[in-house]
Design a protein around this ligand. Structure first.
Ligand code: HAM
Length: 483
């Protein structure tokens, strides 16, 4: 059948810019990632938490930080019908910490280990690997400051990517305590003041607002300047320094490879001490994936130009460009956040990963993921009586554990056989007028095309016998006993 070209919808009816549908053919990547995340969470005893997608805006302002890009430019914030300012969650840590305080998790055995998986929203400038609705999974360990927690979380994250088949590099740094960071910030400002004219416009603004982020600008001139800038590691206070040394010792003893990256500062205000990011090992130019094509088309739209100019963001900016590093995930310590949100002084550490970026990496690196399971059987029918009998047979077989496909609304056998072939069914069972009258059924081996007529009453043992070579019998027998 010739395929029909997709219908071009009116702009107002198209999906929103920076949002995307996850189609059935892509689900295998999502299932693959999700299964791995759940497996790892289980092994390391992280309990699943699902927070609301909407929270009070002040939660994010107080945690992520008023002057961060996320809060300043990227949040979907609006008034609800009661007049309260609420926001679509741009990240997960704030919500997890709120839940920890609100549910008195301080009274549970510490540390409390939680993981989440779901959609997040940032009104960012869309490009490959950067969306306005995206998905993250994250792991948070609340109530423990031991350096082994930092190291184990980093190792766990690193291994998660490795086990998915992705070569990654673990970038590590410490940004010290609030006090030591302030001393460092001043040193950094001194350095940049005399070099201000060589900075890009964004970095000029960062000098007053978000000084540490001068270090991870991707503009060539700024990158060059940052190479001789003072290094945060030289400004760490004694405690932060000792903590960081122990973290690195643990990483070394577990033989986890890492890169000490003194320019890694992260873009959220709640961090202190250890910070880390996971980067793809070799930056791969994002090939012409569907996502890229889609985004390129969108980028080209002239009426979006104005919007583009307005959205100037450096968070995750340029990361998906060829030759630049695109963070697959990131995290760190946030020892002051529980207290800042109204709880008791409680150390914590966490990590989150963007799922879309993982899917892009898996595709770009051509990593084979388990596909949809092929059906054992396709049930084909000819005529109204046969259709009725097939419907009932389908249910009986399904309850016995057979994986079956069908297309009961079709009449022609040719059409149904084509579908059985397309789905790679192992056998097709056919019921027509003749079979109805004879009380029989046809079984067709799809591999060699051999067809055999069997008594309808014997269909189940016959199918089990034939499917034995595929390991299906044992599964059915277990179900049969239960029935
Ligand atoms: P983040 O670095 O802002 O950290 O985000 C973590 C990951 O989410 C990024 O590395 C990236 O893979 C993905 N991501 C972020 N923005 C987008 C976007 N617009 N489109 C697609 N993917 C995106 C956090 O969110 C922290 N809450 C991490 C954390 C957990 N720190 C401690 N605990």
């Amino acid at each position: 059948m010739p395929t029909k070209a997709p219908v071009k919808l009116k702009k107002s009816l198209q999906k929103l810019r920076g949002m995307k549908d996850i189609l059935p053919e892509d689900q295998k990547y999502w299932i693959y990632i999700r299964n791995k995340v759940e497996e790892i969470a289980n092994v390391y005893s992280y309990g699943r938490i699902d927070m609301p997608i909407l929270e009070d805006t002040s939660l994010f302002v107080r945690s992520v930080g008023k002057e961060t890009d996320i809060v300043e430019k990227e949040m979907y914030t609006f008034e609800d019908r009661g007049g309260d300012s609420i926001s679509l969650r741009p990240e997960g840590t704030a919500g997890v910490v709120r839940a920890y305080i609100e549910h008195g998790m301080l009274n549970r055995p510490q540390p409390v280990k939680l993981f989440y998986y779901g959609p997040f929203f940032r009104y960012d400038r869309p490009q490959a690997g950067r969306y306005r609705q995206f998905h993250q999974f994250g792991f948070e360990v609340i109530g423990e400051n031991h350096p082994v927690v930092d190291a184990q979380l980093m190792m766990m994250s690193f291994n998660l990517y490795k086990e998915l088949g992705l070569p990654v590099s673990l970038q590590v740094n410490s940004i010290g305590s609030v006090e030591s960071r302030e001393v460092y910030r001043k040193a950094l400002l001194d350095y940049y003041r005399s070099r201000k004219n060589s900075l890009c416009e964004d970095c000029k603004k960062r000098m007053t607002k978000n000084t540490l982020r001068l270090l991870d600008c991707k503009e060539e001139d700024c990158k060059l300047l940052s190479q001789d800038a003072p290094q945060i590691i030289d400004y760490l206070d004694e405690d932060s320094n000792q903590h960081f040394v122990k973290v690195l010792e643990h990483l070394d003893s577990m033989e986890v490879p890492y890169v000490l990256n003194s320019r890694l500062v992260r873009g959220l205000d709640y961090y202190s001490g250890t910070v880390f990011e996971i980067w793809p090992d070799n930056t791969v130019e994002i090939e012409k994936t569907e996502e890229k094509n889609e985004l390129v088309k969108t980028e080209e739209k002239k009426d979006d130009k104005k919007e583009e100019e307005n959205i100037e963001s450096d968070h995750e900016d340029k990361k998906a460009k060829p030759g630049s590093q695109s963070a697959l995930g990131g995290g760190g310590r946030y020892n002051q956040l529980v207290e800042a949100l109204g709880g008791q002084e409680t150390p914590a550490m966490g990590f989150a990963c963007g799922v879309e970026r993982l899917v892009i990496e898996l595709k770009n690196r051509d990593i084979k993921v388990p596909g949809e399971q092929k059906p054992d059987l396709f049930v084909a029918q000819l005529g109204d009586e046969a259709r009725k009998k097939s419907l009932k047979l389908f249910e009986d077989l399904r309850l016995l554990g057979f994986k079956i496909a069908e297309n009961f609304s079709k009449d022609g056998l040719k059409n149904q056989m084509e579908q059985a072939n397309k789905k790679y069914a192992k056998y097709t069972i056919i019921i027509g007028q003749k079979e109805i009258l004879d009380g029989t059924i046809l079984i067709r081996d799809m591999e060699n095309g051999i067809q055999e007529t069997v008594d309808f009453d014997k269909i189940i043992p016959e199918l089990q016998k034939r499917l034995e070579k595929y390991g299906v019998k044992e599964k059915n027998e277990k179900k049969e006993k239960k029935l």
